[in-house]
Design a protein. Structure first.
Length: 319
């Protein structure tokens, strides 16, 4: 149990981080919420200790983490566009900042739960995608996450237990301290456009397939991870890669048609679907995108609770 355990969450003001803070508080943990407030959606953390801290500042970070039992590290320059627009900052925050945290965990021998990304995979070559899939990132964001994985594996060896999560495509929103927290992911974008009676724009060809997992499910996985890492006498020293996925595979056309149908049923109108050219050079996915769900189930007892259609129906239902 996490009751009275002191857990630091970096990136606490973000999409996943704020939900993880909620999960940990519900579990009875004392939460140190850490964020530099540069890209936050949440800036107030009732029932938590908030520290404004840039993870590149090793000295301040060390003081902030001085009495925690574990770290959940979610702070990052997240996504391809933001990394490409300022590559120096992306490297400093994602790589050097993560090295600061992993080095502290090594020095103090405390557990770490870390947000890696499916972006480390690049173009999938083996299915289902599992923890051992070859890494060949096609973006700077993916490269920074691959470097993170390498660093944590090296620093955790013989020193501290760590879980590294390769998370599938996120969707959904959640509430934190009166704020609706979301992110511009494909499902969320389609729902927003449906609510605004705008066409659902699909980047050609539309058959790109992904595994979709709700942000609340992901946050529960982090809660289970930290519980396991802190409390288990059998917590394995060293880093373990764990894919996080639902097993619910949909292509983009499937998603748009689901939103279209549910909007008609819940709101009485049917948004149009439009195929448009993809502004990006490529998306590394094909007609199938199965992801291993057994590792998270076996190691954490983790099962997802949310479905795409159920969430879309909730988001498009009466306010």
């Amino acid at each position: 149990m996490l009751t009275d355990r002191r857990v630091a969450v970096t990136g606490a003001g973000g999409y996943i981080g704020s939900r993880v803070v909620s999960e940990l508080l519900d579990a009875g943990a004392e939460v140190v919420a850490i964020d530099d407030l540069s890209g936050h959606q949440v800036a107030e953390f009732p029932e938590s200790e908030f520290v404004e801290c840039d993870i590149r500042d090793a000295d301040r970070l060390r003081r902030t983490l001085s009495d925690v039992d574990a770290v959940c590290h979610l702070a990052a320059i997240s996504g391809i566009p933001d990394c490409e627009s300022d590559p120096d900052r992306a490297f400093e925050v994602n790589v050097q900042g993560t090295e600061n945290i992993a080095w502290y965990c090594r020095r103090e021998e405390i557990p770490l739960a870390f947000a890696s990304s499916m972006a480390v995979i690049g173009e999938p070559v083996d299915f289902p995608i599992d923890a051992g899939h070859p890494r060949d990132p096609v973006s700077l964001y993916g490269l920074t996450k691959k470097l993170n994985e390498d660093d944590i594996h090296d620093l955790a060896a013989d020193a501290f237990p760590a879980h590294l999560f390769l998370t599938a495509n996120l969707y959904g929103t959640h509430e934190f301290a009166g704020t609706t927290v979301g992110k511009e992911t494909v499902i969320n974008i389609f729902v927003r456009r449906a609510r605004e009676s705008k066409p659902l724009e699909i980047h050609r060809p539309g058959t790109q397939t992904f595994d979709f997992i709700h942000v609340n499910d992901v946050a529960r996985a982090y809660r289970r991870s930290l519980d396991t890492l802190i409390e288990s006498e059998d917590a394995e020293i060293g880093a373990t890669d764990i894919p996080l996925a639902s097993g619910e595979q949909l292509n983009v056309i499937d998603v748009a048609e689901t939103v279209q149908r549910v909007c008609l049923e819940e709101r009485g109108y049917e948004p149009e679907i439009e195929l448009v050219e993809d502004p990006r050079d490529s998306q590394p996915t094909g007609p199938d995108f199965p992801v291993d769900t057994a590792t998270a189930r076996d190691r954490l007892g983790f099962e997802t609770e949310y479905t795409v259609e159920g969430t879309v129906r909730e988001m498009l239902g009466p306010n």
